[in-house]
Design a protein around this ligand. Structure first.
Ligand code: SF4
Ligand code: SF4
Length: 96
């Protein structure tokens, strides 16, 4: 399967979810640790592209999180503090 098709499948799946965003992030990164990180796995493993790098800093768009937990186990430095959003917030999966 080529990258273009993969991207389309992921985007199609993402169109079937909706979010209710909390004003507080449920994902916190340790900026001091991230600054020294050379591999930056978080930028590549997240299916929702929550992580990006802006001016050398890791930006976290937690509102788009699918709550899969992959980023937390992928960070080699343990720099991600991740918890489920408060009750009533976060992703809602639609099955129709
Ligand atoms: S992989 Fe971990 S330490 Fe590296 S930039 Fe991402 S969150 Fe920070
Ligand atoms: S839990 Fe999953 S969707 Fe949410 S930020 Fe981490 S990798 Fe991305």
């Amino acid at each position: 399967m080529n990258d273009k098709l993969n991207k389309r499948i992921i985007e199609d799946k993402l169109s079937h979810v909706k979010y209710k965003s909390d004003k507080n992030s449920h994902i916190i990164v340790d900026e001091m640790v991230c600054e020294k990180c050379t591999t930056k796995e978080c930028l590549y493993v997240c299916p929702a592209r929550v992580y990006s790098e802006v001016d050398g800093k890791i930006k976290v768009e937690y509102e788009n999180c699918l709550e899969c937990g992959v980023c937390k186990i992928s960070c080699p430095k343990g720099a991600i503090t991740w918890s489920y959003p408060e009750s009533g917030y976060g992703v809602v999966y639609k099955y129709s």
